[in-house]
Design a protein around this ligand. Structure first.
Ligand SMILES: Nc1ncnc2c1ncn2[C@@H]1O[C@H](COP(=O)(O)OP(=O)(O)OP(=O)(O)O)[C@@H](O)[C@H]1O
Length: 312
C-alpha cells in the first residue's frame, strides 16, 4: 500500500530521514513512534508530498508518488494534524464537506455524508452541523478534523499527533473512536505519536524511529516482548512494563472455556489490564467472561495473567 525504499531527507546539513525503507500494508493501523526530532512528521509529510525526499522512492498503491500530481495523491489521503486547522469562518458542515464539494458531489450526498461522519464521531449532527469551530471544545474540533479527513472516503488516513493537545479523558475517547472507525472502514492509517501507551493501544504494527532511522518494526506484542535494543526498552518504559504487556492482550485469549464463576462478567474484548483492575476491585482471583451478546464464555483466572509474562 505504502512503500518507502531507501528514502533520505536532509534539511541543510541535518539528515532528518536517513535511508529509510518501510512498508505499510493495506488495512494496517501503523503507528510511527520515536523521540522528538526523530523524523516522524517528515516521513508523514513525504507520504502526501508536502515535502519531497532527496533520495529514494515512495510508492503508494504501487505508484511512484513523484510521478503523481499532488492533488491526485492527496485525494486518496486524509490528513489530520494536532492543530486541527479548521476554517474558522466556515460551519462544521462546510468544513467537513470541503473535499466532497471540490469533487462536485451532489448536495444530498454531501449532506448525508456529513450526517454519517458526525454520528460516527459521536457528535449530534443536527446540533453541530451549523456550528462554527469557535463554538466547539478542543475534542469536538478534533472530531470534526477527523470527519473532514474521512469525508471523501480516502484509502489512507495520515494522522500527525492528532490527540496530543487534548486532556486524557477526551484523548481516550477519541482513541476508542479511531479504533472503532478503523475496524469498521478498514482504512489504512498511519499515525504519528510520541506516546507509547497510545501506540500500544491503537497499532496493528508499530515502527520505531530514532535519528531518522528505523530501529524496530513489529506488532505491539513484539515490541514489548522482543525489544531490539535499549532505546526501545526506554521508550516502552521499564517501571510499568508489566501493565503495558497486559494492555495488549484481550481477556478472550486467556479464558478457560466451559468453566463458571460468580461475579459481574468481563467482556471478552476487554484487555487483560482491565481484567486485572476488575479482579483487584472485586477482591477475587477469577471472574466469568461473556461475549459481545452477553453469552457466558468461561472464566479468566488471575494465575493465567502471568503466562507469557517474560521479557527479553
Ligand atoms: N522544514 C524544516 N526545516 C529545517 N529542519 C527541519 C524542517 N522540518 C523538520 N526539520 C528537522 O528535521 C528533524 C526531524 O523533524 P520531524 O518534525 O520530522 O521530527 P518528529 O519526530 O516528528 O518530532 P516531534 O515529535 O518533536 O514532532 C528535526 O531535527 C527538525 O528540526
Amino acid at each position: 500500500m505504502i512503500a518507502f525504499e531507501g528514502v533520505t531527507k536532509r534539511f541543510g546539513a541535518w539528515t532528518a530521514v536517513d535511508d529509510l525503507s518501510l512498508s505499510v500494508a493495506a488495512g494496517e493501523f501503523r503507528v510511527l513512534i520515536g523521540p522528538s526530532g526523530s523524523g516522524k512528521s517528515t516521513v508523514l509529510r513525504m507520504m502526501n508530498r508536502l515535502i519531497a525526499p532527496d533520495a529514494g522512492t515512495i510508492r503508494v498503491e504501487g505508484e511512484d508518488i513523484a510521478r503523481l500530481k499532488p492533488e491526485t495523491l492527496r485525494r486518496r489521503m486524509g490528513y489530520v494534524i494536532q492543530s486541527v486547522g479548521l476554517f474558522p469562518h466556515w460551519t462544521v458542515e462546510r468544513n467537513i464537506a470541503a473535499v466532497p464539494d471540490l469533487l462536485g458531489w451532489p448536495r444530498a450526498r454531501v449532506r448525508d455524508r456529513v450526517t454519517e461522519l458526525l454520528t460516527l464521531l459521536n457528535l449530534d449532527a443536527e446540533r453541530y452541523r451549523g456550528a462554527y469551530p469557535y463554538e466547539l471544545s478542543g475534542g469536538q474540533q478534533q472530531r470534526v478534523g477527523v470527519a473532514r479527513a474521512l469525508a471523501a472516503e480516502p484509502h489512507i488516513l495520515l494522522m500527525d499527533e492528532p490527540f496530543s493537545a487534548l486532556d486524557p479523558i477526551t484523548r481516550g475517547a477519541l482513541q476508542a473512536e479511531m479504533a472503532a472507525i478503523h475496524k469498521a472502514t478498514g482504512t489504512t492509517i498511519v499515525f504519528v505519536t510520541h506516546d507509547m501507551d497510545e501506540a500500544l493501544t491503537l497499532a496493528s504494527r508499530i515502527a520505531i524511529l530514532d535519528r531518522g532511522r528505523l530501529v524496530q518494526t513489529g506488532t505491539p506484542l513484539d515490541i514489548l516482548t522482543r525489544p531490539a535494543d535499549d532505546r526501545v526498552r526506554n521508550l516502552v518504559g521499564r517501571e510499568d512494563w508489566g501493565l503495558k504487556r497486559l494492555a495488549v492482550e484481550t481477556v478472550a485469549e486467556r479464558t478457560r472455556p466451559g468453566e463458571t464463576a460468580p461475579g459481574d462478567p468481563l467482556a471478552a474484548g476487554a484487555s487483560l489490564r482491565q481484567a486485572l483492575a476488575a479482579m483487584v476491585a472485586c477482591g477475587t482471583d477469577r471472574l466469568p467472561v461473556a461475549d459481545g451478546q452477553g453469552r457466558p464464555m468461561g472464566v479468566l483466572h488471575l494465575a493465567d495473567l502471568l503466562r507469557g509474562a517474560d521479557r527479553a
